[in-house]
Design a protein around this ligand. Sequence first.
Ligand code: SAM
Length: 507
Amino acid sequence: MPPGDVYRKMVVGACAVCGCPASQRCGKCHLTAYCSKDHQKQHWKTHRTECSPYRKLPGKQPIIKQTKRFPSCSKCSCISQSAAAQTLLQAAANCPVVCQSENLGRYLEASRDILPGEIILKDSPLVLGPRQVTVPVCLGCFTPVNGTYSCTMCGWPLCGPECQENDLHKAECQFSRNRTSKVQVHKFMQVNQMYECITPLRCLWLKQHDPTRWVSLTQMEAHMEQRRTTDVHEVNQVNVVDFMKQYLKITTFEEDEIHKICGIIDVNGFEIPGPNIIGLYGKGCLVEHNCIPNTTRTFDAQLNLVIRAAVKIPKGSHISTSYSDPMWGTANRQLHLTTTKYFKCSCDRCFDPTEFGTHLSSLRCVKCTGGLMLPSPSPLDPDIWACNSCPATLSVEHVEQFLKQMGEKLVMLKENSLNSSEAFLKASSSKLSENHYYRSDVKLALAQMYGRGGSQTQQQQPNLKDLSKDLLERKETLCREVLALADLFSPGLIYNINCTTPTNTYY
Ligand SMILES: C[S@@+](CC[C@H](N)C(=O)[O-])C[C@H]1O[C@@H](n2cnc3c(N)ncnc32)[C@H](O)[C@@H]1O
């Protein structure tokens, strides 16, 4: 939780009757919101059925028949259809409270103690679209395409007639019909800038066709002012705004409106691993960032976002996820957050030069044995790097240059090369701390390579069952070292929920 933050709690929610901003809650469940007493009275007939389970919490749990159908939680719809009734009750009772502060904007707070593994929210996507930077993909199912089939209505490549009928493709299909000729895509199997307009178009589509979702979307943070002077704004101007106007002949939207949508996508979009999709989630977007998150997120087969408690979350704590890679060092995480999400993280980890004693970013001292060089006075704005056991110092520029060179060496490592990866670890051991993020990256790669089989530099590598005792022990050591860091920085388990096989879940 960021220090010095002044919590200005307010009820942020829509009235369950009219959808207007609500400032009162049901006195029994404290979850359903209302704009007035009249609307609360009016809603009681419906609400009494869903209110009673909460009323009995946290005291004795009501006995729930498995066959009873529970309405979904009116606050976050966090009910899993396949879970048993008891789980439904728990999920509904986990509803986080939406709060607001000057520093964080809107964020979620635990309304009661939440146990590891409990569902905090399950959210269906407002918009799904391809990532901004992508090779041409089917606009129905997101698999890469090669141009053998194009939509008969608009010309965008698809994988076949079935995907042409997919509702996901409707937005760009209709918007592209302003052209006198069909869209023509020529560049396949490489990044194609034409696709940068697709997800923004799918968002803008809601303005004309789904006002409720549009309101939800436009309430999201876009950081318009900070973006205005950035390179990304210039790129969006050319590849999205001008492309829509000049190529697709769309003149319905103001330039600023399109830029705002681009900002909303960048700041709030969840990258769904696997099919390379960006998803926007009305409730999921409210989860704030922390470099040691207390939740895990998964996407089910329908690409609903599922946020679960990774650790015990005490009542009143902020609910957090990581917008960055928790295995990166502080400087890299900060750079990523300031340039893509437009805020400086001030979590406990970011303030600690040792990153909780792991020394994930520390360098070996250039003067003494055993000393480690750390950013000083603070990792958030260092003036210098100083040794923790002798007076040696290094300038910030020197450290940046050195890390750049080490990063270049890392990139040059031959893919799948056990020998060159081990050689990097050996050579860097006198320069980087044992757990340095560069070394941890290589250790993770090595842990995966040992026992994977296949050929490397024309030599067949053993499978796990054929690994020698020495190499098996090496693999175990590497795994343990990486897992110790992962346990600290990305705690908890990844849950595979509501899915029969791991293959239909995207992490
Ligand atoms: C995905 S949005 C989260 C919801 C947003 N607070 C809102 O009101 O819509 C991400 C934005 O929230 C704010 N934010 C999230 N986590 C933060 C943190 N740890 N410190 C400061 N700001 C944060 C930043 O403005 C960030 O760009």
